[in-house]
Design a protein around this ligand. Sequence first.
Ligand code: ADP
Length: 633
Amino acid sequence: MTTETRAFQAEVQQVLNLVIHSLYSNKEIFLRELVSNASDALDKLRFEALQAPELLAGDPELAIEIEFDDTARTLTIRDNGIGMSHDEVVENIGTIARSGTRRFLDALSGDARKDAQLIGQFGVGFYSAFIVAGDVEMRTRRAGADANEGVYWRSEGKGEYAVDRIEYPRRGTEIVLHLKDEESEFLSAWRLRALIHKYSEHIAFPIRMRGEKEEVAEEGAEQTATPGAMETVNQAAALWARPKSELTDDDYQGFFKHLAHSDGEAVSWSHNKVEGNQSYTSLLYLPSKAPFDLYGSGRDERHGLKLYIKRVFIMDAAEQLLPAYLRFVRGVIDSDDLPLNVSRELLQDNKLTQQIRSAIIKRVLDMLDKLAQDQPEKFANFWREFGQVFKEGLTEDYAHRERISKLLRFASTKSEGAEQSVSLADYLGRLRPNQTAIYYITAESHLAARNSPHLEAFRAKDVEVLLASDRIDEWALSYLHEFDGKPFVSVAKGDIDLSNIPDGEGVSAPPSAELPEGLAERLKAVLGDRVKAVRGSARLRDSAAVLVVDQHELSLHTQRLLKQAGQAAGGGAPTLELNPTHALTARLAGETDEARFGQWATLVFEQAVLSEGGQLEDPSGFVRRLNDLLFGA
Ligand code: ADP
């Protein structure tokens, strides 16, 4: 024996401890995780066997077995899948190769229910064995390797593990859990079967357990009990390949949980068998909750669709089948026509793939239309969870821009709170007489948008403005030039002329945008390059001043975001607009002392910067100036 003891990578131990402690209240999921690993291993073998059929030699029927021994207090999960070599065991089980681990650790909330959903998404599934077992043994052999190339692994989950090379007579992996004293509940055929039905019903391979013991009465001998034969416990058929009429909502939800590695529900699904110039089956789900890393890297390999070809699992996250802005969709595509040796590259320029992809996009948009129409509350929830991702579609999918636009939801000056609930159709239904554009504002936060001075004239005219404060908004909206013939116009850009629109109820006539003679020139002379120009404003009612960029420039807040990210913003200086009716304007116009005029002018400019959410170049200078002017120094 050449048993080697190795230490877990520090992060593995940390994950292990977290998994054991935070998931205890949901401990039964260990079985789901180990069965799911076994099923993945079978999928991988079946895939490799396409090129190398000899891998299946002598043991062609792929299956998972679950056995327990109540005397030894062990529970065994066994598969005849791909198995692992010595190096793979060390790599896969002793370290966490995936870069997501750090994020996993950060994401754990201590809320066991939520954390339980994270576990599968992060590939810490194997470690869940230690929730119920004080000691875990594994025997495994890579498919195609010789009998003496088996690997033995054992650990108590406390900092180190042992590995050794052994003889192992069969292909695949066997995991033996030595259950802790208090976990006897898992030494029950009834309990285990119930768990398999609950979590693993839709694994496409048979999961087998031993049947009831058979009492055999032999003549002249005592009654003896021989163990029953192995029997299949789950459905063991690809769910999507079964006819719709046979499937219940529970079946679909159960399969969704398996796909999504989560306890969350699907909001809706669409199951279709397509026959024609090519045949394939698609089963697409809209989830009710976003995985927490949807926005980060967002393209984790566990997102998206699983591609099968004639029931053989080919790959996860077939991004060629689904554009990135629909990456929240889960599901399966099973094609009869794609070649079995397909690769990601091949998928890319395959005509069949392109057809499937555009059919899937239509199906998903159909599902969303239906949800918006029939179940607006569920659609609102969808929008909260996935709206930001969905908006990327404006930039990505030109062909469906109109359909995407109809599904967009915004906060607006005519809706309550920050909730994005206004559709563009709602907006058009509330156009004011002579209103020819759809107005919006982008800002860092919802409050900054809602309270922006840019909105003052729009309020006075009772014109609705869409409030866009998601990070993606400025970028996404720049692709949305018009809707139903009405152009999109930012209220913070260019010249705004609302003079043809009647005043709102109880609002006095708009002030003229004319500044007192010569004031604009005096201000420009003081402010120099900080402003492009100074002019009277038709936007303002209560505020003294506001900064405006040209129609085709990035908004000031986006320029700031770019600058923070180290990119050249490229915007010129903004234009300062001054409210002709404000007391400060009168004060400026009446100031004859040039030094004092300079102080007032700078202060007005700085106010405009601040109300825009911007940063002052010289904050302490601002405070000094303000105090000087307040106390008449
Ligand atoms: P995940 O399955 O999410 O990647 P796990 O911690 O559950 O994370 O497993 C880590 C890795 O160990 C797997 O990706 C796989 O490569 C390997 N592995 C786990 N169980 C098995 C098994 N039964 N057969 C073969 N390989 C396995």
